[in-house]
Design a binder for this molecule. Structure first.
Ligand code: FES
Length: 119
């Protein structure tokens, strides 16, 4: 089991309005506590809304090099800008690139009354 990250936000924290995430699209979030950093991303496509820890299983790099550009141009996959790995939106499974068979770590989120919260 991975060590607990003290910067990881508690459940119930409002992240943003759903309308702030493009469809398809994604939005990254950063939280700091002391020297700790937690980075997460929420991806959206139609009815699908999923959260992942923003760490690529290949080399441990953040997924997006710029702003909220986490998805491929067609919005079908999450793209790691490090070495081009592609991940399924729904379950974070790597389907192409250097870490095929690995998976993004889920980050529990929930939608309530049009807002996205940690869960
Ligand atoms: S760090 Fe993501 S593909 Fe290499």
């Amino acid at each position: 089991m991975a060590p607990c990250n003290p910067a990881r936000p508690e459940p119930g924290l409002r992240l943003c309005a759903l309308a702030e995430i493009a469809d398809p699209g994604a939005k990254g979030f950063r939280f700091r506590r002391d020297s700790g950093l937690f980075a997460g991303v929420v991806v959206r496509r139609g009815d699908l809304l999923a959260g992942y820890v923003d760490v690529c299983p290949h080399a441990g790099w953040p997924l997006a090099a710029f702003d909220d550009r986490f998805l491929t141009r067609n919005g079908a996959h999450i793209l790691c800008s490090g070495h081009g790995a592609l991940f399924e939106l729904a379950d974070g499974a790597c389907v192409a690139g250097p870490c095929v068979g690995a998976r993004l770590t889920p980050w529990a989120i929930t939608l309530r009354h049009g807002d996205v919260f940690t869960a």
